[in-house]
Design a protein around this ligand. Structure first.
Ligand code: UT7
Length: 330
């Protein structure tokens, strides 16, 4: 019998109804639709209304996940919520989700790795399943990026959007499931992409608010250079480690930060556009939600045994790639 691996046994995705188009942004900052589309590939992003937090979107995604994979919440062993925009600094958003769905036998925690969060969460959750100790893990990727974006800063407000995705990880001994991960982080990148205030070093004060330090700060061109190099390198490494050629891969599931980064990664891996999941045009960069939202949008095209390569790059810096064999037919 093959070793226990962790398969994704269901997926749910959600983006809020509110849409912010490039045209809308033209009236807010000095930008234009053509620049945004050619430099990023983004045409619109979804924005959650004020008064609702990340857990609201997570619960909507979980509702859809439960429709695909009906589950008694009492069977869930653990909830991992990957997010950079939790409802509160504490308690963990995972706990709020657990209480809302009645996951009375689960423990939960949030995982913070910026745009690579879901990739890290997929690795952590899968390895928990591989131990044999846990049978059902609810893995969520969610961000309300609009809550930390300065809509007067054209360098950041054009990129980000809000959204959520959720999957179940369960044991699989058919040979499918999570196979390998290559993950890295480097805190030297912190200066180029961060939110300065709101943590223990710079708690909220009248001064931090006046200085607009509760917003995302990004030196776009520097981050771009790292992202384009590191994401492509991670994909190349995971393919080499697992003796995979581009012909073996059904889909690249890339973080949706910039279409030019995705194109460069696919090109270096020798993957044609039809093997690359892409939804950045309609969602922008939803940070922790990009990967599960890709799975949600492409779920009907996935077949049991498909080789998927997930890849991401984000603040921290954090980056990496995961190799997983899809384990279900939807
Ligand atoms: O997901 C987490 C990781 N994040 C990323 O992977 C994002 C990586 N970075 C990027 O995607 C890109 O750097 C951006 C989309 C953020 C910016 O694109 P860029 O091609 O790197 O532009 P740039 O910052 O080098 O700026 C080029 C020019 C500048 O004008 P000058 O100095 O050449 O006259 C900017 O002032 O474009 C200008 N510019 C804009 N023009 C119109 C910058 N933002 C805008 C804008 N609209 N929104």
């Amino acid at each position: 019998m093959a070793a226990i691996r962790a398969s994704i046994t269901g997926v749910g995705g959600y983006v809020p109804d509110g849409i912010l188009t490039n045209k809308d942004l033209e009236s807010m900052v000095d930008t234009n639709d053509e620049w945004i589309v050619t430099r990023t590939g983004i045409r619109e992003r979804h924005i959650l209304e004020k008064g609702k937090g990340s857990s609201f979107m997570a619960l909507k995604a979980i509702e859809r996940l439960m429709e695909m994979r009906p589950t008694d919440p009492a069977e869930i062993d653990a909830i991992i919520c990957c997010t950079t925009t939790p409802d509160h600094v504490f308690p963990a958003t995972a706990n709020l989700i657990g209480a809302a769905i009645g996951a009375v036998n689960a423990f939960g925690f949030d995982l913070q790795a910026a745009c690579s969060g879901f990739l890290y969460g997929l690795t952590v959750g899968s390895q928990m399943i591989e131990t044999g100790r846990y049978k059902k893990i609810l893995l969520v990727g969610v961000d309300k990026m609009s809550s930390i974006i300065n809509y007067e800063d054209r360098a950041t407000c054009i990129i980000f959007g809000d959204g959520a995705g959720a999957v179940f990880l369960e044991p699989d001994n058919s040979g499918n499931g999570f196979i390998d991960a290559y993950l890295r982080s480097d805190g030297k990148g912190a200066e180029f992409l961060h939110m300065k205030a709101g943590g223990s070093l710079y708690p909220a004060s009248a001064e931090t608010v006046a200085n607009k330090e509760h917003y995302v700060y990004q030196e776009g061109a520097t981050v771009f250079k790292f992202a384009v190099t590191k994401m492509a390198e991670a994909v190349e490494i995971i393919m080499q480690k697992n003796n995979l050629t581009s012909d073996d891969i059904a889909f690249l599931v890339p973080h949706q930060a910039n279409k030019r980064i995705i194109d460069a990664t696919a090109e270096r891996a020798g993957l044609p556009p039809e093997k690359v999941m892409l939804n950045i045009e309609h969602y922008g960069n939803t940070t922790n939600a990009t990967l599960p939202l890709c799975l949600w949008d492409y779920r009907h095209q996935l077949k049991k045994g498909d080789n998927l390569i997930f890849a991401a790059f984000g603040g921290g810096f954090t980056w990496g790639a995961v190799y997983l064999k899809w384990g279900i037919e939807v």
